[in-house]
Write a protein that binds this ligand. Structure first.
Ligand code: SAM
Length: 331
């Protein structure tokens, strides 16, 4: 057991010491416009990553507290943002605990909050983190080094529950989810190596391929299954819901929240929460007056989500699915 732990520690140390491919922040211009930072404003960046968005806020004169649960990201961003001195404070933890993390540094409320949710390119592109289906790595997929890995999850779930997970978090249609779940369980029961490359190959082999996939003009067939495992391992939607629910406790009156999402499950959660905060309460029954004359607590900064330009997508294909939505708490 002790030997296994020290092996794990060594693996972890190797991950955090490895050179990092860069992460290009998405929708920078749109973020700058919606953030509308005044010098001295206090911002909370809930997803520090490589610090690209935090740098934008700092350059505009903000004081920035920034959360990440990934020690590798925090270390990288701390070096990058060191020139901003005491205006930048990294916070270790999960953004679902944003309120407690701000309390711990004595911040009662912020002028702005930004979350660019999901994984960074550093995490996706580093085979040792286990997110990549393009290279062989452990089937891990954790953003931090805590909790069960994707392999633990695969081992713990029955084929039927795994299939449900692929439908729910990967939005795979039921027939494909069932085929993929069966293939994943067969892969796990088969001969090693049980790494991300063999897992991706097993899923791809089991799924029917379209002509475009055969010509390799589309995403990898295992993309949705990998997304589903990753979202479940990190409880990404649970964390996002908790953050959205906490917005009124974090923002000062007049403060803004900007949320960048990358797939429809995330965007749906953001859209619904923002609509809920910004719509007048409906009357209890048709014909009756609304229960309160008070305006809703938030207003939308933009009716439609902001998306990347063709030029940005050309330069950074990851921006293709990015959507930015913003709300302002009423003064
Ligand atoms: C898309 S990247 C952010 C990139 C960043 N905006 C930049 O400009 O470099 C998302 C980051 O959020 C972190 N993250 C995701 N979910 C989190 C959570 N619930 N709590 C804390 N950090 C989280 C990930 O570890 C990752 O580093």
């Amino acid at each position: 057991m002790a030997e296994k732990m020290s092996e794990l520690k060594k693996e972890e140390a190797a991950i955090y010491a490895s050179p990092l491919p860069p992460h290009t922040p998405v929708l920078l211009e749109q973020t700058r416009a919606l953030a509308s930072v005044e010098p001295g404003d206090v911002w909370l960046d809930c997803t520090l990553g490589a610090g690209g968005h935090a740098e934008l806020l700092l350059e505009a004169g903000a004081v920035v507290y920034a959360i990440d649960r990934d020690p590798q990201a925090r270390a990288l961003a701390a070096t990058r943002l060191a020139p901003f001195g005491a205006r930048f404070t990294p916070l270790a933890g999960d953004f679902r605990q944003a309120r407690a993390l701000l309390d711990a540094v004595g911040v009662a409320e912020v002028d702005g909050l930004l979350a660019d949710v999901g994984v960074s390119s550093m995490q996706l592109d580093e085979p040792a983190r286990g997110f990549s289906f393009r290279a062989a790595g452990p089937v891990d997929m954790r953003m931090s080094s805590e909790g069960p890995t994707a392999l633990d999850l695969i081992d713990a779930l029955e084929e039927r529950d795994l299939s449900r997970l692929l439908m729910r978090y990967g939005e795979e249609p039921p027939p494909r989810a069932r085929l993929a779940a069966r293939a994943i369980k067969a892969w796990r029961g088969g001969p090693p190596p049980h790494d991300t490359a063999t897992l991706a190959a097993a899923i791809a082999e089991a799924l029917p391929r379209s002509r475009a996939q055969n010509q390799r003009r589309t995403t990898h067939p295992a993309t949705k299954a990998f997304q589903a495992l990753r979202v479940a391992v990190n409880d990404e939607l649970g964390a996002l819901d908790a953050l959205l629910a906490a917005l009124p406790t974090l923002l000062r009156p007049g403060g803004r929240a900007l949320l960048i999402s990358f797939h429809s499950l995330e965007d749906r959660a953001v859209k619904q929460a923002f609509q809920g905060y910004s719509r007048p309460t409906p009357p209890p029954r048709r014909g009756l007056p609304p229960p309160s004359e008070a305006p809703p607590p938030f207003e939308l900064l933009h009716r439609k989500p902001l998306v990347a330009t063709e030029a940005e997508i050309e330069a950074n294909p990851r921006a293709r699915t990015a959507k930015l939505r913003g709300v302002r708490r009423r003064a």
